[in-house]
Design a protein around this ligand. Structure first.
Ligand code: AMP
Length: 539
Protein backbone atom coordinates (compact mmCIF):
# COMPACT_ATOMS: atom_id res chain seq x y z
CA UNK A 1 0.00 0.00 0.00
CA UNK A 2 1.02 3.60 -0.42
CA UNK A 3 2.54 5.51 2.43
CA UNK A 4 0.09 8.39 2.53
CA UNK A 5 0.45 10.71 5.50
CA UNK A 6 -2.65 11.41 7.57
CA UNK A 7 -2.71 15.16 8.11
CA UNK A 8 -5.03 17.60 9.83
CA UNK A 9 -4.92 20.09 6.93
CA UNK A 10 -6.26 17.50 4.52
CA UNK A 11 -9.40 17.15 6.67
CA UNK A 12 -10.42 20.74 6.00
CA UNK A 13 -9.41 20.43 2.34
CA UNK A 14 -11.94 17.63 2.04
CA UNK A 15 -14.68 19.81 3.51
CA UNK A 16 -13.78 22.62 1.11
CA UNK A 17 -13.92 20.25 -1.83
CA UNK A 18 -16.99 18.18 -1.09
CA UNK A 19 -19.04 20.25 1.35
CA UNK A 20 -18.43 23.91 0.46
CA UNK A 21 -22.09 24.75 1.07
CA UNK A 22 -22.44 23.07 4.44
CA UNK A 23 -22.56 25.41 7.42
CA UNK A 24 -20.71 26.29 10.57
CA UNK A 25 -22.99 28.32 12.84
CA UNK A 26 -21.02 30.17 15.44
CA UNK A 27 -21.99 32.27 18.42
CA UNK A 28 -19.41 34.90 19.38
CA UNK A 29 -19.59 37.66 21.99
CA UNK A 30 -21.60 39.97 19.76
CA UNK A 31 -23.47 37.93 17.22
CA UNK A 32 -24.37 34.68 15.54
CA UNK A 33 -22.32 33.95 12.43
CA UNK A 34 -23.34 31.69 9.55
CA UNK A 35 -20.33 30.50 7.56
CA UNK A 36 -19.86 27.74 5.01
CA UNK A 37 -16.95 25.33 4.76
CA UNK A 38 -15.92 27.35 1.67
CA UNK A 39 -15.72 30.41 3.95
CA UNK A 40 -13.92 28.53 6.71
CA UNK A 41 -11.46 27.13 4.15
CA UNK A 42 -10.69 30.54 2.70
CA UNK A 43 -10.39 32.18 6.08
CA UNK A 44 -8.10 29.39 7.32
CA UNK A 45 -5.89 29.87 4.27
CA UNK A 46 -5.72 33.59 5.01
CA UNK A 47 -4.86 32.73 8.61
CA UNK A 48 -2.02 30.45 7.49
CA UNK A 49 -0.44 33.24 5.48
CA UNK A 50 -0.89 35.62 8.43
CA UNK A 51 0.83 33.15 10.75
CA UNK A 52 3.80 33.09 8.37
CA UNK A 53 3.83 36.90 8.32
CA UNK A 54 3.90 36.92 12.10
CA UNK A 55 6.97 34.70 12.02
CA UNK A 56 5.34 31.42 13.05
CA UNK A 57 7.41 28.51 11.74
CA UNK A 58 7.04 24.78 11.57
CA UNK A 59 6.95 23.32 15.09
CA UNK A 60 6.16 26.65 16.80
CA UNK A 61 3.35 26.61 19.33
CA UNK A 62 0.29 28.76 18.67
CA UNK A 63 -1.69 29.26 21.89
CA UNK A 64 -5.43 29.85 22.07
CA UNK A 65 -7.46 31.11 25.04
CA UNK A 66 -10.93 30.93 23.61
CA UNK A 67 -14.46 29.55 23.73
CA UNK A 68 -16.09 27.40 21.06
CA UNK A 69 -16.52 29.43 17.89
CA UNK A 70 -15.56 29.54 14.22
CA UNK A 71 -12.34 31.51 14.69
CA UNK A 72 -11.12 28.92 17.14
CA UNK A 73 -12.05 26.27 14.57
CA UNK A 74 -9.97 28.08 11.94
CA UNK A 75 -6.90 27.98 14.20
CA UNK A 76 -7.56 24.23 14.72
CA UNK A 77 -6.69 23.80 11.05
CA UNK A 78 -4.56 26.90 10.38
CA UNK A 79 -1.81 26.20 12.91
CA UNK A 80 -1.27 22.52 11.97
CA UNK A 81 -1.90 23.56 8.35
CA UNK A 82 1.51 25.26 8.25
CA UNK A 83 3.18 22.60 10.39
CA UNK A 84 2.84 24.62 13.63
CA UNK A 85 1.20 23.31 16.81
CA UNK A 86 -2.31 24.22 17.96
CA UNK A 87 -2.05 24.70 21.72
CA UNK A 88 -5.46 25.11 23.36
CA UNK A 89 -5.24 26.57 26.86
CA UNK A 90 -7.91 26.07 29.49
CA UNK A 91 -9.12 29.60 30.32
CA UNK A 92 -10.63 28.47 33.60
CA UNK A 93 -7.32 27.52 35.21
CA UNK A 94 -5.64 29.70 37.82
CA UNK A 95 -3.37 32.50 36.48
CA UNK A 96 -0.37 30.61 37.96
CA UNK A 97 -1.19 27.53 35.94
CA UNK A 98 -1.88 29.52 32.78
CA UNK A 99 1.52 31.26 33.10
CA UNK A 100 3.20 27.91 33.68
CA UNK A 101 1.48 26.30 30.68
CA UNK A 102 2.25 29.11 28.23
CA UNK A 103 5.90 29.30 29.29
CA UNK A 104 6.35 25.54 29.41
CA UNK A 105 4.86 25.08 25.94
CA UNK A 106 6.86 28.12 24.77
CA UNK A 107 3.92 29.61 22.92
CA UNK A 108 5.04 32.10 20.31
CA UNK A 109 1.73 33.80 19.72
CA UNK A 110 -1.56 33.87 21.61
CA UNK A 111 -5.05 34.07 20.10
CA UNK A 112 -7.37 35.42 22.77
CA UNK A 113 -11.10 35.97 23.18
CA UNK A 114 -12.11 39.45 24.22
CA UNK A 115 -13.26 38.46 27.70
CA UNK A 116 -9.94 36.72 28.42
CA UNK A 117 -7.88 39.85 27.64
CA UNK A 118 -7.92 41.24 31.21
CA UNK A 119 -6.49 37.97 32.54
CA UNK A 120 -3.66 37.97 30.00
CA UNK A 121 -2.94 41.66 30.57
CA UNK A 122 -2.36 40.89 34.23
CA UNK A 123 0.13 38.13 33.53
CA UNK A 124 1.80 39.41 30.37
CA UNK A 125 5.02 40.43 32.18
CA UNK A 126 5.49 36.83 33.26
CA UNK A 127 5.12 35.31 29.78
CA UNK A 128 8.64 34.62 28.59
CA UNK A 129 8.14 33.43 25.01
CA UNK A 130 5.06 35.16 23.57
CA UNK A 131 5.89 37.61 20.78
CA UNK A 132 2.41 38.74 19.72
CA UNK A 133 -1.22 38.72 20.85
CA UNK A 134 -4.26 38.50 18.59
CA UNK A 135 -7.74 39.35 19.86
CA UNK A 136 -10.67 37.52 18.28
CA UNK A 137 -13.28 40.25 18.34
CA UNK A 138 -16.28 41.13 16.17
CA UNK A 139 -15.74 44.83 16.73
CA UNK A 140 -14.02 46.90 14.08
CA UNK A 141 -11.85 48.65 16.65
CA UNK A 142 -9.26 47.01 18.85
CA UNK A 143 -10.31 47.00 22.50
CA UNK A 144 -8.37 49.15 25.00
CA UNK A 145 -5.57 46.92 26.18
CA UNK A 146 -2.10 46.96 27.65
CA UNK A 147 -1.07 43.96 25.52
CA UNK A 148 1.67 44.66 23.05
CA UNK A 149 1.81 44.04 20.14
CA UNK A 150 -1.93 43.38 19.89
CA UNK A 151 -3.60 42.62 16.55
CA UNK A 152 -7.19 42.20 15.50
CA UNK A 153 -7.96 38.76 14.07
CA UNK A 154 -10.34 40.07 11.42
CA UNK A 155 -7.98 42.84 10.35
CA UNK A 156 -5.11 40.41 10.01
CA UNK A 157 -7.29 38.05 7.98
CA UNK A 158 -8.18 40.80 5.53
CA UNK A 159 -4.51 41.14 4.67
CA UNK A 160 -4.10 37.35 4.32
CA UNK A 161 -3.89 35.25 1.14
CA UNK A 162 -7.15 33.26 0.59
CA UNK A 163 -5.30 30.75 -1.62
CA UNK A 164 -2.44 29.93 0.73
CA UNK A 165 -1.72 26.18 0.48
CA UNK A 166 -1.63 23.68 3.32
CA UNK A 167 1.93 22.55 4.03
CA UNK A 168 3.13 19.64 1.89
CA UNK A 169 5.43 16.80 2.76
CA UNK A 170 4.52 16.81 6.40
CA UNK A 171 5.37 13.80 8.56
CA UNK A 172 2.13 12.41 9.99
CA UNK A 173 3.92 11.80 13.28
CA UNK A 174 4.70 15.49 13.69
CA UNK A 175 2.89 17.29 16.46
CA UNK A 176 -0.33 19.02 15.36
CA UNK A 177 -1.79 19.92 18.74
CA UNK A 178 -1.25 19.98 22.45
CA UNK A 179 -3.27 20.32 25.61
CA UNK A 180 -2.43 20.40 29.33
CA UNK A 181 -4.35 18.38 31.85
CA UNK A 182 -4.56 19.49 35.48
CA UNK A 183 -2.82 17.06 37.73
CA UNK A 184 -4.33 16.56 41.19
CA UNK A 185 -1.13 17.86 42.66
CA UNK A 186 1.63 19.86 41.08
CA UNK A 187 1.74 21.58 37.74
CA UNK A 188 -0.47 20.69 34.75
CA UNK A 189 0.93 18.05 32.42
CA UNK A 190 1.22 18.59 28.67
CA UNK A 191 0.10 16.05 26.08
CA UNK A 192 0.96 16.41 22.39
CA UNK A 193 -1.21 15.05 19.56
CA UNK A 194 0.26 13.95 16.24
CA UNK A 195 -1.47 14.58 12.92
CA UNK A 196 -1.85 10.83 12.60
CA UNK A 197 -3.38 10.48 16.06
CA UNK A 198 -5.96 13.19 15.40
CA UNK A 199 -6.97 11.74 12.03
CA UNK A 200 -7.27 8.18 13.34
CA UNK A 201 -9.24 9.38 16.33
CA UNK A 202 -11.60 11.18 13.93
CA UNK A 203 -12.13 7.91 12.05
CA UNK A 204 -13.00 6.37 15.40
CA UNK A 205 -15.69 9.01 16.00
CA UNK A 206 -17.26 8.11 12.67
CA UNK A 207 -17.69 4.42 13.41
CA UNK A 208 -21.34 3.40 13.72
CA UNK A 209 -20.64 1.60 16.99
CA UNK A 210 -19.23 4.75 18.59
CA UNK A 211 -20.61 8.24 17.83
CA UNK A 212 -21.27 7.41 14.16
CA UNK A 213 -20.61 11.04 13.18
CA UNK A 214 -21.50 11.70 9.56
CA UNK A 215 -22.31 14.32 6.95
CA UNK A 216 -25.97 14.28 7.91
CA UNK A 217 -25.25 15.30 11.49
CA UNK A 218 -25.62 18.72 13.03
CA UNK A 219 -22.95 18.52 15.71
CA UNK A 220 -22.79 20.86 18.68
CA UNK A 221 -19.68 20.34 20.81
CA UNK A 222 -20.50 21.84 24.20
CA UNK A 223 -17.33 20.44 25.74
CA UNK A 224 -14.87 23.33 25.39
CA UNK A 225 -12.43 23.46 22.52
CA UNK A 226 -9.75 23.82 25.22
CA UNK A 227 -10.67 20.44 26.75
CA UNK A 228 -9.00 17.75 24.63
CA UNK A 229 -9.97 19.47 21.36
CA UNK A 230 -13.65 19.39 22.28
CA UNK A 231 -13.19 15.60 22.25
CA UNK A 232 -12.09 15.77 18.62
CA UNK A 233 -15.58 16.65 17.38
CA UNK A 234 -14.60 19.81 15.46
CA UNK A 235 -11.93 17.84 13.56
CA UNK A 236 -14.17 14.90 12.72
CA UNK A 237 -17.25 16.99 11.89
CA UNK A 238 -15.27 19.15 9.50
CA UNK A 239 -13.76 16.14 7.81
CA UNK A 240 -17.12 14.45 7.39
CA UNK A 241 -18.87 17.68 6.32
CA UNK A 242 -21.33 17.70 9.22
CA UNK A 243 -23.01 20.99 10.05
CA UNK A 244 -21.42 22.45 13.17
CA UNK A 245 -23.00 24.61 15.83
CA UNK A 246 -20.50 26.36 18.12
CA UNK A 247 -22.22 27.61 21.29
CA UNK A 248 -19.68 30.39 22.00
CA UNK A 249 -18.71 32.22 25.18
CA UNK A 250 -20.38 31.72 28.53
CA UNK A 251 -23.34 29.78 27.17
CA UNK A 252 -26.28 28.94 29.41
CA UNK A 253 -28.47 25.81 29.43
CA UNK A 254 -31.15 28.01 27.84
CA UNK A 255 -28.90 28.84 24.89
CA UNK A 256 -28.07 25.15 24.44
CA UNK A 257 -31.76 24.21 24.44
CA UNK A 258 -32.59 27.02 22.02
CA UNK A 259 -29.77 26.02 19.66
CA UNK A 260 -30.87 22.37 19.71
CA UNK A 261 -34.36 23.43 18.67
CA UNK A 262 -33.40 26.17 16.23
CA UNK A 263 -30.62 24.36 14.35
CA UNK A 264 -31.91 20.80 14.66
CA UNK A 265 -28.82 19.59 16.52
CA UNK A 266 -28.44 15.81 16.17
CA UNK A 267 -25.30 15.18 18.25
CA UNK A 268 -24.00 17.10 21.22
CA UNK A 269 -21.28 16.31 23.73
CA UNK A 270 -20.24 17.42 27.21
CA UNK A 271 -19.63 16.52 30.86
CA UNK A 272 -22.47 15.43 33.20
CA UNK A 273 -22.74 18.89 34.83
CA UNK A 274 -23.77 20.37 31.49
CA UNK A 275 -26.48 17.76 31.08
CA UNK A 276 -27.79 18.29 34.61
CA UNK A 277 -28.16 21.97 33.71
CA UNK A 278 -29.90 21.16 30.44
CA UNK A 279 -32.27 18.77 32.20
CA UNK A 280 -33.32 21.57 34.56
CA UNK A 281 -33.96 23.84 31.59
CA UNK A 282 -36.00 21.17 29.79
CA UNK A 283 -38.06 20.76 32.92
CA UNK A 284 -38.82 24.48 33.10
CA UNK A 285 -39.68 25.18 29.49
CA UNK A 286 -40.83 23.26 26.45
CA UNK A 287 -38.35 22.79 23.63
CA UNK A 288 -38.46 20.64 20.55
CA UNK A 289 -35.46 18.35 21.03
CA UNK A 290 -36.66 15.66 18.63
CA UNK A 291 -33.69 16.20 16.28
CA UNK A 292 -31.25 14.82 18.87
CA UNK A 293 -30.04 11.31 18.14
CA UNK A 294 -27.18 11.46 20.65
CA UNK A 295 -26.27 13.31 23.79
CA UNK A 296 -22.73 12.17 24.43
CA UNK A 297 -21.55 12.28 28.01
CA UNK A 298 -18.03 11.74 29.30
CA UNK A 299 -15.35 13.26 31.45
CA UNK A 300 -16.93 11.88 34.65
CA UNK A 301 -19.31 9.02 35.26
CA UNK A 302 -22.75 9.63 33.78
CA UNK A 303 -25.21 9.22 36.66
CA UNK A 304 -27.87 6.60 36.05
CA UNK A 305 -30.61 9.05 37.01
CA UNK A 306 -29.48 11.49 34.32
CA UNK A 307 -29.47 8.82 31.61
CA UNK A 308 -32.92 7.74 32.74
CA UNK A 309 -34.32 11.29 32.79
CA UNK A 310 -33.03 12.07 29.29
CA UNK A 311 -34.26 8.84 27.81
CA UNK A 312 -37.50 8.19 29.61
CA UNK A 313 -38.75 11.70 30.36
CA UNK A 314 -37.48 13.52 27.30
CA UNK A 315 -37.03 10.71 24.82
CA UNK A 316 -33.45 11.81 24.06
CA UNK A 317 -30.88 9.03 23.41
CA UNK A 318 -28.05 9.42 25.91
CA UNK A 319 -24.63 7.79 25.42
CA UNK A 320 -21.71 7.37 27.74
CA UNK A 321 -18.04 7.34 26.73
CA UNK A 322 -14.74 7.42 28.55
CA UNK A 323 -11.38 8.95 27.83
CA UNK A 324 -8.72 11.38 28.98
CA UNK A 325 -6.47 14.16 27.73
CA UNK A 326 -3.82 11.46 27.18
CA UNK A 327 -6.20 9.47 24.93
CA UNK A 328 -7.30 12.22 22.44
CA UNK A 329 -9.79 11.38 24.21
CA UNK A 330 -12.33 8.71 23.20
CA UNK A 331 -11.15 5.29 24.43
CA UNK A 332 -14.33 3.37 25.31
CA UNK A 333 -17.94 3.77 24.26
CA UNK A 334 -21.03 2.33 25.84
CA UNK A 335 -23.63 0.67 23.62
CA UNK A 336 -25.65 -2.47 24.06
CA UNK A 337 -24.54 -5.40 21.93
CA UNK A 338 -27.04 -6.80 19.43
CA UNK A 339 -27.85 -9.76 21.68
CA UNK A 340 -28.37 -7.55 24.74
CA UNK A 341 -31.43 -5.81 23.32
CA UNK A 342 -33.87 -7.95 25.27
CA UNK A 343 -32.49 -7.06 28.69
CA UNK A 344 -35.00 -5.61 31.13
CA UNK A 345 -35.26 -1.82 31.24
CA UNK A 346 -33.32 -1.74 34.48
CA UNK A 347 -30.56 -4.00 33.17
CA UNK A 348 -30.26 -1.95 29.98
CA UNK A 349 -29.84 1.21 31.99
CA UNK A 350 -27.21 -0.38 34.27
CA UNK A 351 -25.34 -1.62 31.25
CA UNK A 352 -25.41 1.72 29.45
CA UNK A 353 -24.22 3.58 32.54
CA UNK A 354 -20.99 1.57 32.34
CA UNK A 355 -18.11 3.09 30.39
CA UNK A 356 -18.44 0.51 27.64
CA UNK A 357 -16.03 -1.40 25.47
CA UNK A 358 -12.79 -0.41 23.84
CA UNK A 359 -13.01 1.58 20.63
CA UNK A 360 -11.57 -0.34 17.63
CA UNK A 361 -7.89 0.42 17.20
CA UNK A 362 -6.99 0.46 20.89
CA UNK A 363 -5.71 -2.17 23.25
CA UNK A 364 -6.30 -2.52 27.01
CA UNK A 365 -5.03 -4.39 30.06
CA UNK A 366 -6.43 -4.26 33.57
CA UNK A 367 -3.89 -4.90 36.27
CA UNK A 368 -4.97 -5.79 39.81
CA UNK A 369 -3.07 -6.95 42.85
CA UNK A 370 -2.35 -10.33 41.25
CA UNK A 371 -1.71 -9.41 37.63
CA UNK A 372 -4.44 -9.16 34.98
CA UNK A 373 -7.91 -9.21 36.55
CA UNK A 374 -10.59 -11.76 35.70
CA UNK A 375 -13.51 -10.53 33.59
CA UNK A 376 -15.89 -11.19 36.48
CA UNK A 377 -16.90 -7.60 37.26
CA UNK A 378 -15.62 -8.15 40.78
CA UNK A 379 -11.87 -7.87 40.76
CA UNK A 380 -10.65 -4.28 40.51
CA UNK A 381 -7.55 -3.17 38.66
CA UNK A 382 -5.94 -0.19 36.99
CA UNK A 383 -6.83 0.38 33.33
CA UNK A 384 -3.83 0.43 31.00
CA UNK A 385 -4.23 1.59 27.40
CA UNK A 386 -2.19 1.68 24.23
CA UNK A 387 -2.88 2.57 20.63
CA UNK A 388 -2.28 5.09 17.85
CA UNK A 389 -4.12 7.93 19.57
CA UNK A 390 -2.78 7.29 23.08
CA UNK A 391 0.05 9.59 24.20
CA UNK A 392 3.41 8.00 24.94
CA UNK A 393 4.75 10.70 27.27
CA UNK A 394 4.00 14.02 28.96
CA UNK A 395 5.60 16.92 27.17
CA UNK A 396 9.03 17.58 28.68
CA UNK A 397 7.93 16.25 32.05
CA UNK A 398 9.63 13.82 34.47
CA UNK A 399 6.24 12.56 35.60
CA UNK A 400 6.08 10.62 32.32
CA UNK A 401 7.98 7.74 33.87
CA UNK A 402 5.17 7.02 36.36
CA UNK A 403 2.41 6.99 33.76
CA UNK A 404 3.97 5.52 30.62
CA UNK A 405 5.53 2.18 31.40
CA UNK A 406 6.61 -0.50 28.91
CA UNK A 407 4.50 0.98 26.13
CA UNK A 408 1.30 1.32 28.17
CA UNK A 409 -0.48 4.39 29.53
CA UNK A 410 -1.35 3.82 33.19
CA UNK A 411 -4.61 5.77 33.35
CA UNK A 412 -4.92 5.94 37.14
CA UNK A 413 -8.51 4.76 36.71
CA UNK A 414 -9.61 1.72 38.67
CA UNK A 415 -12.10 -0.46 36.84
CA UNK A 416 -13.86 -3.79 36.89
CA UNK A 417 -14.65 -5.60 33.66
CA UNK A 418 -17.54 -7.96 33.00
CA UNK A 419 -17.62 -11.02 30.78
CA UNK A 420 -18.65 -8.86 27.81
CA UNK A 421 -15.45 -6.84 28.16
CA UNK A 422 -17.41 -3.81 29.27
CA UNK A 423 -15.53 -1.72 31.77
CA UNK A 424 -16.91 0.10 34.75
CA UNK A 425 -14.84 2.82 36.36
CA UNK A 426 -15.00 2.33 40.09
CA UNK A 427 -12.65 5.17 41.00
CA UNK A 428 -9.44 7.03 40.45
CA UNK A 429 -6.61 5.09 42.09
CA UNK A 430 -6.24 7.99 44.50
CA UNK A 431 -9.97 8.31 45.29
CA UNK A 432 -10.68 4.69 46.19
CA UNK A 433 -11.68 4.44 49.82
CA UNK A 434 -10.04 1.76 51.93
CA UNK A 435 -12.07 0.62 54.90
CA UNK A 436 -10.93 -2.20 57.17
CA UNK A 437 -8.76 -3.58 54.36
CA UNK A 438 -11.59 -3.59 51.80
CA UNK A 439 -12.04 -1.20 48.91
CA UNK A 440 -15.08 1.03 48.62
CA UNK A 441 -15.92 2.64 45.29
CA UNK A 442 -16.91 6.27 45.79
CA UNK A 443 -18.40 6.28 42.26
CA UNK A 444 -20.87 3.49 43.07
CA UNK A 445 -22.17 5.34 46.11
CA UNK A 446 -22.36 8.61 44.15
CA UNK A 447 -24.42 6.94 41.45
CA UNK A 448 -26.81 5.57 44.05
CA UNK A 449 -27.10 8.96 45.75
CA UNK A 450 -27.87 10.82 42.56
CA UNK A 451 -30.76 8.43 41.94
CA UNK A 452 -32.51 9.89 45.02
CA UNK A 453 -35.22 12.34 43.99
CA UNK A 454 -34.08 15.08 46.36
CA UNK A 455 -30.43 15.02 45.32
CA UNK A 456 -29.05 17.29 42.61
CA UNK A 457 -25.35 16.45 42.90
CA UNK A 458 -23.33 14.09 45.05
CA UNK A 459 -19.72 13.27 45.71
CA UNK A 460 -18.21 10.83 48.17
CA UNK A 461 -14.81 11.31 49.78
CA UNK A 462 -12.86 9.50 52.48
CA UNK A 463 -11.75 10.83 55.81
CA UNK A 464 -9.22 9.08 58.05
CA UNK A 465 -10.71 6.79 60.65
CA UNK A 466 -8.82 5.41 63.61
CA UNK A 467 -10.59 2.05 63.53
CA UNK A 468 -11.25 1.44 59.85
CA UNK A 469 -8.40 3.40 58.29
CA UNK A 470 -10.79 5.43 56.12
CA UNK A 471 -14.52 5.98 56.03
CA UNK A 472 -16.80 7.44 53.35
CA UNK A 473 -18.58 10.77 53.75
CA UNK A 474 -21.34 11.75 51.33
CA UNK A 475 -21.35 15.38 50.18
CA UNK A 476 -24.67 16.32 48.72
CA UNK A 477 -26.31 19.27 46.97
CA UNK A 478 -30.08 19.05 47.31
CA UNK A 479 -32.49 20.16 44.61
CA UNK A 480 -33.41 23.81 44.84
CA UNK A 481 -35.71 24.79 47.68
CA UNK A 482 -35.44 21.52 49.65
CA UNK A 483 -34.81 21.62 53.40
CA UNK A 484 -31.95 19.66 54.96
CA UNK A 485 -33.96 18.59 58.03
CA UNK A 486 -34.25 14.83 58.30
CA UNK A 487 -32.52 14.30 54.97
CA UNK A 488 -29.40 12.69 56.40
CA UNK A 489 -31.34 9.80 57.91
CA UNK A 490 -33.51 9.48 54.82
CA UNK A 491 -30.48 9.28 52.53
CA UNK A 492 -28.71 6.66 54.64
CA UNK A 493 -31.91 4.58 54.77
CA UNK A 494 -32.19 4.95 51.00
CA UNK A 495 -28.66 3.58 50.55
CA UNK A 496 -28.90 0.85 53.19
CA UNK A 497 -30.52 -1.88 51.07
CA UNK A 498 -28.14 -1.20 48.19
CA UNK A 499 -24.76 -1.62 49.88
CA UNK A 500 -22.79 -3.67 52.37
CA UNK A 501 -22.85 -2.04 55.79
CA UNK A 502 -19.24 -0.88 55.67
CA UNK A 503 -19.90 0.98 52.39
CA UNK A 504 -22.57 3.22 53.96
CA UNK A 505 -21.40 6.81 54.42
CA UNK A 506 -20.62 7.63 58.02
CA UNK A 507 -22.11 11.06 57.53
CA UNK A 508 -23.96 13.15 54.98
CA UNK A 509 -22.86 16.76 54.58
CA UNK A 510 -24.97 19.28 52.71
CA UNK A 511 -23.49 21.90 50.40
CA UNK A 512 -25.05 24.77 48.48
CA UNK A 513 -22.64 24.13 45.65
CA UNK A 514 -19.99 21.48 45.06
CA UNK A 515 -16.45 22.62 44.17
CA UNK A 516 -15.72 21.81 40.52
CA UNK A 517 -12.62 21.65 38.39
CA UNK A 518 -12.10 23.98 35.46
CA UNK A 519 -13.76 21.44 33.19
CA UNK A 520 -16.81 20.89 35.39
CA UNK A 521 -15.84 17.75 37.29
CA UNK A 522 -16.06 17.44 41.06
CA UNK A 523 -12.94 18.77 42.68
CA UNK A 524 -12.50 15.97 45.17
CA UNK A 525 -9.25 17.33 46.53
CA UNK A 526 -10.96 20.59 47.51
CA UNK A 527 -14.03 18.79 48.78
CA UNK A 528 -11.87 16.54 50.96
CA UNK A 529 -10.24 19.64 52.47
CA UNK A 530 -13.66 21.14 53.20
CA UNK A 531 -14.84 17.92 54.77
CA UNK A 532 -11.71 17.62 56.90
CA UNK A 533 -12.19 21.22 58.04
CA UNK A 534 -15.76 20.36 59.00
CA UNK A 535 -14.45 17.65 61.35
CA UNK A 536 -11.35 19.60 62.43
CA UNK A 537 -9.09 16.92 61.00
CA UNK A 538 -5.42 17.55 60.20
CA UNK A 539 -3.41 15.75 57.52
P1 AMP B 1 -9.30 14.69 31.55
O1 AMP B 1 -7.92 14.39 31.14
O2 AMP B 1 -9.46 16.01 32.23
O3 AMP B 1 -10.27 14.54 30.43
O4 AMP B 1 -9.71 13.62 32.66
C1 AMP B 1 -9.66 12.25 32.37
C2 AMP B 1 -10.21 11.48 33.53
O5 AMP B 1 -11.61 11.75 33.67
C3 AMP B 1 -10.15 9.98 33.34
O6 AMP B 1 -8.87 9.46 33.64
C4 AMP B 1 -11.23 9.51 34.29
O7 AMP B 1 -10.78 9.50 35.62
C5 AMP B 1 -12.28 10.58 34.15
N1 AMP B 1 -13.31 10.17 33.19
C6 AMP B 1 -13.39 10.48 31.88
N2 AMP B 1 -14.50 9.96 31.32
C7 AMP B 1 -15.14 9.29 32.30
C8 AMP B 1 -16.35 8.52 32.35
N3 AMP B 1 -17.12 8.35 31.30
N4 AMP B 1 -16.67 7.97 33.54
C9 AMP B 1 -15.91 8.15 34.64
N5 AMP B 1 -14.77 8.86 34.65
C10 AMP B 1 -14.38 9.43 33.50
Amino acid sequence: MMEAPLTVGSMLERAEKFFPKKQVISQTHDKLHYLTYADIGQRTRRLMSVLHELGVQKGDRVGTLAWNHHRHLEIYFGAPGIGAVLHTINIRLSPEHIIYIINHAEDKILFIDEDVLPLIEKIQDQLTTVEAFVVMTDKSELPESGLNPLYSYEELLQSGDPTHPFIEGIDENDTAGMCYTSATTGKPKGVTYSHRGIVLHSFALGIADTAGLSESDVAMPVVPQFHVNAWGIPFASTWFGSTQVMPGPRFTPKRLAQFIEKFGVTVTAGVPTIWLGLLRELEQENYDTSSLRMVLCGGSAAPLGVIKAFEEKHNIPFYHAYGATETTPVATFSRLKSYQQDLSDEERLEERARQGILVPGLDMKIIGNNGEVKWDDQEMGELLLRGPWIADEYYKDDRSENAFIDGWLHTGDVVTVDEEGTIKIVDRTKDLIKSGGEWISSVDIENALIAHDAIFEASVVAIPDAEWQECPIACVVLNEGLAVDGMKEEIIEFLRPQFAKFWLPDDVLFFDEAPKTSVGKFLKRELREQVKAEYNLQD
